[in-house]
Design a binder for this molecule. Structure first.
Ligand SMILES: N[C@@H](CCC[C@H](N)C(=O)O)C(=O)O
Length: 327
């Protein structure tokens, strides 16, 4: 079996193309493989946030992406992941602009200007968007939530909820709060599988506004925990920023979203039917190619792994250093 280790803003994944498997695997094996590979302690080379399983897509697409979180659960979308799958499929098929089949929609992706020398970038469509409680798996006694309190969570922090289409709960906070563990406390509670508010879990993001069209976003991901970045989380946060702070931004404007692992750009669009969609633009970095026997991987045995670094991470680190220095 071959894998590709990739990341978008250091939200890292193993891409597994079904064509690299000698035999088909069951859904149960795929979930088990994700749990074994991604474990941050005992997994493959420090683990990962998830597995992106690439298969043939239906007509009109260049392939299909399934998102398996580190805990083996399946998500409907992954914004950082889809850019890396876009790059993988682009290099596999020689096309730079195409659609990828995901759980609920065929999404447009395209190669864009690199973020820096050696830092390839792709743009991905993030949609469909919904604010409806049933689409969010939200049970808070309200049909929608926009900048309002959930008293069970906090009496001082206001939340907004949006599905893009995976569910996100978002709050504007100050610098001290975003740097503390309130996000972890809320994220862990809402993803314990037992709470009555989001029984299926939810991705939780805190936003600090750094200036007009400039945000810092930190996310606690469903099925993962704290991540360096969450692409759908940053897209959802940008949309909520537009809806709550319309005095600072507008449709078709580029929003810069800084995250613990780097930076992405987002643009909010509105269709004639009034529905929203978001462009998410960011790096698609390939850090290593990996070869290993699937039977051993399923048993959590990584002794016969052939791991080959691509060397791309050096350019990515230089890009992040320049970003921090404001260059
Ligand atoms: N990291 C992803 C989101 C992955 C799925 C998420 N954990 C969920 O369960 O919804 C991103 O970049 O969007």
């Amino acid at each position: 079996m071959q894998l590709l280790k990739v990341h978008g803003s250091e939200n890292d994944f193993f891409i597994l193309d079904e064509e690299s498997l000698e035999q088909t695997i069951t859904d149960q094996e795929l979930r088990e493989l994700a749990r074994k590979l991604c474990d941050r302690k005992n997994g493959l080379h420090g683990g990962a946030d998830g597995v992106l399983y690439v298969t043939r897509g239906h007509e009109g697409t260049n392939g299909r992406m399934r998102v398996i979180n580190a805990d083996g659960s399946e998500a409907s979308m992954c914004g950082n992941g889809i850019r890396t799958v876009a790059r993988y499929l682009s290099e596999k098929t020689g096309r730079d602009d195409f659609k990828i089949q995901t759980m609920y929609a065929d999404l447009e992706v395209k190669r864009t200007e690199p973020f820096a020398a050696g830092v390839p970038a792709f743009a991905a469509e993030i949609s469909p968007v919904s604010f409806a409680a049933p689409d969010l798996g939200m049970h808070i006694g309200k049909e929608q939530l926009l900048n309002d309190y959930i008293p069970e969570l906090s009496t001082t922090i206001k939340f907004s909820a949006v599905a893009v289409p995976n569910p996100h709960l978002i709050a504007f906070v100050d610098h001290e709060t975003i740097s503390g563990d309130k996000l972890g406390e809320i994220g862990r509670y809402l993803n314990d599988g037992q709470n009555p508010l989001f029984p299926d879990g939810v991705n939780v993001s805190f936003i600090e506004i750094l200036g007009p069209n400039k945000l810092f976003v930190r996310t606690f991901e469903r099925g993962v925990g704290y991540t360096n970045a969450c692409g759908t989380g940053m897209s959802a946060s940008s949309l909520i920023y537009f809806l709550v702070h319309g005095e600072q931004t507008g449709l078709e404007q580029t929003i810069q979203v800084i995250n613990p692992g780097g930076m992405v750009k987002t643009i909010i669009h509105q269709k004639p039917d009034q529905s929203y969609w978001i462009s998410l633009i960011g790096n698609a970095t390939e850090t290593a190619t990996v070869e290993l026997p699937i039977t051993e991987a399923l048993a959590g045995d990584f002794t016969h792994v052939v791991w080959t670094d691509t060397g791309e991470q050096t350019a990515y680190k230089q890009f992040v250093t320049a970003l921090k220095e404001g260059k």
